[in-house]
Design a protein around this ligand. Structure first.
Ligand SMILES: C=C(O[C@@H]1C=C(C(=O)O)C=C[C@H]1O)C(=O)O
Length: 407
């Protein structure tokens, strides 16, 4: 049985220095969020039911836990950080990790949570001191299994299948690798991402590090929201070009179609879990430092029993990262991409004892293994009138958050 105690503390300042240099556990947005230290419990999953199994097991863990949480903020009390594999047959392990200690802040309220499996009283764990973040590792991200020409070939093949009527949309990704010193401070990469992409969720869970703009689902007090992204274009070089780029994106039939598939797939997956689901009719343009995206926010009124992980299980994989129809898109990805996506394009986030939590799609991210091998992925949605050259350029822009963090 888990015993969990949350207490308010004076503002601890920047949260990231409290994380562990080699194995940070982080979920931060605009400086607020949670950082975990140590590991009280690690649950692992594989196979087609990995997310549903995690959702069910988390329910039993939470039911049995003894939680004392007077703070009641997103991320206070019992929390597990989690990361899942993209594909049913992936070699990557999906995990839920309950830390020994969590340091969090939400809108001016700060807390420390101690989590333990001890019987009886809770052993006091000393609050860690912040440790200065080490030097940022520098490296060049280089294309790995798909060269430029190979990627264009794969996109052309995907286009042939789409134009032949086999499917409507497929997201094709590339992989890229870099080497950083095995003992480098992983928090330096997290810090760089958090500073460059403050509005994204910056995460680090079990070696997966990134800053994602795409909220799969955010659940708090039976209300949930999601942000669907699909349809992208480069930022303009000056204000006029930039405004023109956004206007072109907002009126591009190709991008609006691609976006509509993604929104429909999210609405369909959510309906069984919701009393009400609402999305605006037209997407808006979301400005990121590296890209414009078409975006739609979805509001969900949850049914009694659904937890954030139930919704994640229902939503993954969305058309934004797989394609449409889902089964055909997944089969084509497996046939055309010469690598295992690992945890790229899959859910990453956290869940609490009430089933609340924040989950994003692992995009603009990389896995860093114990030896310092870093593997990043970036993809683009292919629809009938996609241009392979433009899709290649789009993947380059999507590698930028990781490439720039290493520069
Ligand atoms: C697949 C990625 O991004 C997804 C695909 C998008 C697109 O095709 O326009 C936009 C945002 C994401 O949903 C990625 O970042 O690797």
């Amino acid at each position: 049985m888990l015993r969990v105690v949350t207490e308010t503390v004076p503002d601890p300042g920047p949260l990231l220095p409290y994380a562990e240099p080699g194995t940070p556990l982080v979920a931060l947005r605009r400086g607020d969020g949670i950082v975990g230290v140590g590991e009280t419990l690690r649950l692992e999953y594989r196979g087609p039911d990995r997310i549903a199994e995690a959702a069910a097991q988390w329910r039993s863990v939470s039911d049995l836990a003894h939680v004392d949480d007077p703070v009641r903020r997103p991320g206070s009390g019992l929390v597990a950080f989690g990361t899942f594999a993209f594909a049913d047959d992936s070699g990557a392990t999906s995990t839920l990790i309950v830390p020994e200690l969590i340091i969090g802040r939400h809108e001016g309220v700060s807390w420390v949570t101690r989590l333990s499996v001890e019987q009886g009283g809770l052993e006091p764990v000393s609050t860690p001191l912040p440790r200065p973040i080490g030097e940022r590792p520098r490296a060049t991200l280089a294309a790995s299994s798909l060269s430029r020409d190979a990627f264009m070939g794969v996109v052309s093949e995907a286009l042939t299948r789409i134009r032949g009527g086999e499917l409507e949309k497929v997201v094709i990704a590339r992989d890229a690798t870099a080497r950083i010193p095995a003992d480098s401070d992983r928090r330096a990469l997290v810090d760089e991402l958090a500073q460059a992409y403050p509005d994204c969720l910056t995460f680090a869970v079990d070696g997966l590090v990134g800053a994602s703009p795409e909220t799969l689902v955010n659940v708090h007090a039976r209300e949930a929201s999601a942000r669907v992204l699909a349809g992208s274009t480069a930022r303009g070089a000056n204000a006029a070009d930039d405004a023109a780029a956004a206007a072109t994106l907002a009126t591009s039939t190709k991008d609006l179609d691609e976006h509509a598939f993604a929104v429909q797939s999210v609405l369909q997956s959510l309906r069984p879990h919701a009393r009400a689901v609402t999305a605006s009719e037209l997407p808006f343009t979301l400005k990121l430092p590296n890209l414009w995206h078409l975006a739609t926010d979805v509001a969900i009124e949850l049914g009694e029993q659904s937890s954030a992980l139930d919704l994640v299980a229902a939503l993954h994989p969305t058309a934004a990262v797989a394609g449409s129809p889902t089964a055909d898109a997944l089969a084509l990805i497996a046939a055309l991409e010469p690598f295992d996506r690992g945890r790229y394009a899959a859910p990453v986030g956290w869940i609490d004892q009430d089933g609340d939590g924040e989950w994003v799609i692992a995009l603009r991210c990389a896995t860093v293994d114990a030896d310092g091998l870093l593997t990043a992925h970036a993809g683009a949605g292919i629809v009938a009138d996609s241009d392979p050259e433009a899709e290649l350029a789009e993947t380059r822009m999507k590698f930028r958050p990781i490439a720039d963090a290493l520069r």
